[in-house]
Design a protein around this ligand. Structure first.
Ligand code: AHM
Ligand code: MG
Length: 336
């Protein structure tokens, strides 16, 4: 009757994190409090995304964001909700959001020790047609003392304490790592709670899928082009890989974690640093990938070793199943 027991013993995300925390007697519950505010933001965005068509939230807000893209109303709304939820947690000191050009330094009376980097609503091109989108976040600890400086968020990804994403898809899924494995929770709308549904996610060692915007192929560098060619026309007798590309990083990475394979947003001649942002896209996803037993590579180094110089910096990224990323690394090594 194990299935029956599952239904009555609900492991909520709050219970899960409190359990983990009890293994660290020195912790004072600050992380649980921070997380509950992140979760609140995600529940709000989930509800807003679900009724976007009805509420006429879809459409341009008439503002442009840092990267010069037109912002959608849902992006603006999600950002406001996250910033307010994070500040009011009383546990944050610096916030970096994709939607804000400058980092936000929390006022002293509300200040805590965590720095949170996030993309409140990623996959903006998919909003209007109801395709999965998501929120991505990463958490750093203030380096030392009470003084918060921009350097506190310009740390390599390997210094992150926690990272995660929430996918607004056919169901709302929250995937979290605090540095000891990866766990997935699904929102039960009738309870308003995230319930543990994907304990200890491990990515298959090798995958059958590659995921990339092939429309950029004419501008790719040699190793990227060679890798994709190998996916389609393998010379070692292995079957060709399937192509899957949603164009929402959260959804593409989520599938990659569960089914295996590789997701790439490489450099190209037009965008030598690729498209995805280091702090709130590349780092959190790389952190999760490693926690699931996969790898993440920039074309030069382990992605989590990168030291960002600017908060909105971009980097090429290749992440996914261990063996697949190993192949990409070999192609770049051969290039040198
Ligand atoms: P956004 O922040 O404007 O939504 O852009 C990020 C998104 C990622 O979710 C996705 O992986 C990528 O852009 C897709 O880019 P492209 O449309 O160039 O393939
Ligand atoms: Mg975005």
């Amino acid at each position: 009757h194990a299935a029956e027991a599952m239904k009555t013993d609900l492991m909520t995300i709050t219970r899960f994190v409190l359990n983990e925390q009890s293994k660290h007697p020195e912790s004072r519950g600050d992380f649980s409090i921070l997380l509950s505010h992140i979760v609140l933001g995600c529940k709000f965005v989930c509800a807003a995304v679900n009724k976007a068509g009805l509420a006429k939230l879809i459409g341009l807000a008439g503002e442009t964001n840092v990267q010069g893209e037109e912002q959608k109303k849902l992006d603006v709304l999600s950002n406001e909700v996250f910033v307010k939820a994070l500040v009011s947690s009383g546990r944050t000191c610096i916030l970096v959001s994709e939607e804000d050009e400058e980092a936000i330094f929390v006022e002293p009376s509300k200040r805590g020790k965590y720095c949170v980097v996030f993309d409140p609503l990623d996959g903006s091109s998919n909003i209007d047609c109801g395709v999965s989108i998501g929120t991505i976040f990463g958490v750093y600890m203030l380096k030392d003392g009470d003084e918060s400086r921009l350097e506190d968020v310009l740390q390599p990804g390997k210094n992150m304490l926690a990272a995660g994403y929430c996918m607004y898809g056919s169901s709302c899924t929250f995937v979290l790592s605090t540095g000891s494995g990866l766990n997935g929770f699904t929102l039960d709308p009738s309870l308003g709670e995230f319930i543990l549904t994907h304990p200890d996610i491990k990515i298959p060692k090798k995958g059958k899928i590659y995921s990339v915007n092939e429309g950029n192929a004419k501008n790719w560098d040699g190793p990227t082009a060679k890798f994709v060619e190998k996916c389609k026309f393998p010379k070692d007798g292995s079957p060709a890989k399937s192509l899957r590309y949603i164009g929402s990083m959260v959804a593409d990475v989520h599938r990659t974690l569960l089914y295996g394979g590789v997701f790439l947003y490489p450099a190209d001649k037009k965008s030598p640093s690729g498209k995805l942002r280091v702090l709130y896209e590349v780092f959190p996803m790389s952190f999760l990938m490693e926690q699931a037993g996969g790898q993440s590579f920039t074309g030069k180094e382990r992605a989590l070793d990168l030291v960002p110089k600017k908060i909105h910096e971009r980097s090429p990224i290749f992440l996914g199943s261990y063996d697949d990323v190993e192949e990409i690394k070999a192609l770049y090594a051969a290039e040198e």
